[in-house]
Design a protein around this ligand. Structure first.
Ligand code: PLP
Ligand code: COI
Length: 341
């Protein structure tokens, strides 16, 4: 298979149209059989549910070329399950798990020429999504839906790859108690746009959102969960009903315990504790595990001892073990690696 001619090593996290995408339509109470198509454009009613009331949800996962040349995805079953949870919360028809897995495989195989080579630092980002496509004018769920998957080759989410970033404690809230913070709904990202543009204008790479009820607890960023390392090498990660249950975070917790023998605490984490941590990282499919060097809280700088030059030592071990599992040179726990071919 001849690969496309990308400068893989220097790819950013952007969209490049590939050849094929998957589409399945929900009409009269059932999903059709679905198909791979070439047209990347979507035509819909001006009054579609997604356009009027933001009835849309998505997922994100990656396909990797392993050291021995296979193409694999990482825990796609968890993306399928999380999408079903998102469907339930937004009154959308669930897309069956087995069909989700099959559609991911079809899209990756059909776009194999876009799967970046092993060792390039790039991956194929796979974006499943679903939206209400039939007209809706009174506030209610749409009757018809479209489920699609496209993919795009990507490089690191943060410029500079694994270089530590600086984040600010945001004055905006991301999620309300009993709201939609725990699902992957487009609306959560729309309302974070002003906050991220503001943070970027001020020179920060990302936002740290606090719990909106008390503004004392650390939640997550716009696109990743937090992992902290204590000075005695414990892994601490925020537990909250209003953050997205990151598949990367859940995997890192298991890697920390089972591969590195580290103690892990999943619990409420207070902003006041920040100054006591030795290392901090952002974890997610796009972010992988990106080190944070500094948090700025209304002018007060909290600088982690790991510094601004490189990843802290425990974060590095977590990163190397996780990516080693994903790239196939460290044995994976059963069921984590889904071989495409
Ligand atoms: N939190 C938010 C808000 C996200 O958008 C993402 C990305 O998917 C994550 C966390 C990380 O989740 P995952 O590791 O499943 O990609
Ligand atoms: C992902 O990591 O897959 C996400 O959806 C996060 C997004 C900010 C790109």
């Amino acid at each position: 298979m001849e690969k496309k001619n990308f400068d893989w090593e220097n790819l950013g996290f952007g969209y490049h149209e590939t050849e094929k995408r998957y589409v399945s339509n929900y009409k009269n109470g059932a999903w059709d059989e679905g198909a791979l198509i070439s047209d990347s454009k979507i035509v819909m009613s001006e009054c579609a549910g997604v356009l009027q009331y933001a009835q849309t949800i998505f997922e994100g996962l990656k396909a990797y070329t392993t050291e021995d040349g296979r193409i694999v995805t990482f825990r796609p079953d968890l993306n399928a399950e999380r999408l079903i949870g998102s469907c339930e919360r937004l009154e959308m028809p669930p897309f069956p798990k087995e069909r989700f897995l099959d559609a991911v495989t079809k899209v990756v195989v059909a776009n194999e020429a876009y799967v970046p080579p092993y060792g390039s630092g790039a991956t194929l980002y796979v974006r499943p999504y679903m939206f209400g496509i039939s007209p809706v004018i009174g506030v209610k769920p749409a009757e018809e839906y479209q489920f699609r998957i496209f993919c795009t080759p990507v490089g690191p989410y943060f410029k500079g790859g694994v270089h530590p970033i600086t984040i600010k404690v945001s004055d905006f809230d991301r999620a309300a108690p009993h709201g939609t913070g725990h699902i992957k709904a487009g609306l959560n990202y729309a309302m974070s746009l002003h906050a991220i543009v503001t943070a970027h204008k001020e020179g920060f790479d990302e936002n740290m959102y606090l719990d909106s009820a008390t503004r004392t607890k650390i939640e997550e960023t716009g696109g990743a969960n937090f992992i902290f390392i204590t000075k005695d090498n414990k892994v601490v990660t925020p537990k909250s009903s209003t953050i997205l249950p990151s598949i990367t975070r859940r995997s890192l917790v298991q890697v920390a315990k089972d591969y590195l023998g580290l103690e892990v605490e999943e619990r409420e984490v207070y902003k006041e504790e920040l100054k006591d941590f030795a290392e901090c990282g952002l974890c997610g499919t796009a972010a992988v595990l990106s080190p944070v060097g500094k948090v700025v809280d209304h002018g007060e700088e909290i600088c982690f001892p790991s510094g601004m030059d490189e990843m802290g030592p425990i974060t590095k071990k977590l990163y190397e073990t996780l990516t080693g599992i994903q790239m196939g040179h460290i044995e994976a726990p059963k069921g984590w690696i889904h071989v495409i071919r």
